[in-house]
Design a protein around this ligand. Sequence first.
Ligand code: COA
Length: 198
Amino acid sequence: MSKVYLYGASGHGKVIADIVRANGLEVAAFVDDNESINELCSYPVLHGAMDVSPLIISIGSNRIRKKLALELKGEFITAIHPSAILSPSATIGEGSVVMQGAVIQADASIGKHVIVNTSASIDHDCLIANYCHLSPHSTLCGNVSVGEGSWICAGATVIQGISIGKGCTIAAGAVVTKDVPDGALVAGVPAKIKKTNS
Ligand SMILES: CC(C)(COP(=O)(O)OP(=O)(O)OC[C@H]1O[C@@H](n2cnc3c(N)ncnc32)[C@H](O)[C@@H]1OP(=O)(O)O)[C@@H](O)C(=O)NCCC(=O)NCCS
């Protein structure tokens, strides 16, 4: 396998294209519903192509990434930048991406279609469920669990042993010192619940 399709022609897709190339693979094309975009980074943008393979969903929205992951039929692959540092005992699910400078420590488990963004740090024994996004410079200390579809925004820190529910948003710069219930948006230092979706 040498050519990879990227589903989502966006800035996030550009970063994944760099990672694909850094692994010695080629980008075959982007795929996007937006018919006004026909080229990105000199690659063609295909419209309505549902059966491309192998592919990575290059869309930042956790909700849309999940929807597409359940609809698309192709083989999902992972993209891990060579500058990322991964413990040999860490596991990464299909469709997930690990960006430049990220660190994933021993026995951490990363689900499917997860984004581990630039310089995110995931310490030992963390459990990250499917469709999460760990934004640039977010820090999870050891033994943190993060439920499906949650978003840890840029620069947020979660102290050791904390459990974050499904569909949560941890605002940029927050320091999370207590468990977070499903659907909550928390912000600040220490983080407090600002609103809840569920
Ligand atoms: C959390 C965030 C996504 C906003 O979500 P939202 O649902 O639109 O939330 P709102 O703007 O309605 O804010 C809700 C409350 O949280 C507060 N809040 C939001 N973000 C905050 C932050 N980073 N720090 C402190 N308070 C914050 C708001 O002031 C508001 O407080 P109030 O109700 O007392 O007025 C956004 O503020 C944020 O942190 N973005 C970072 C994005 C990021 O990391 N991008 C990287 C992509 S790779």
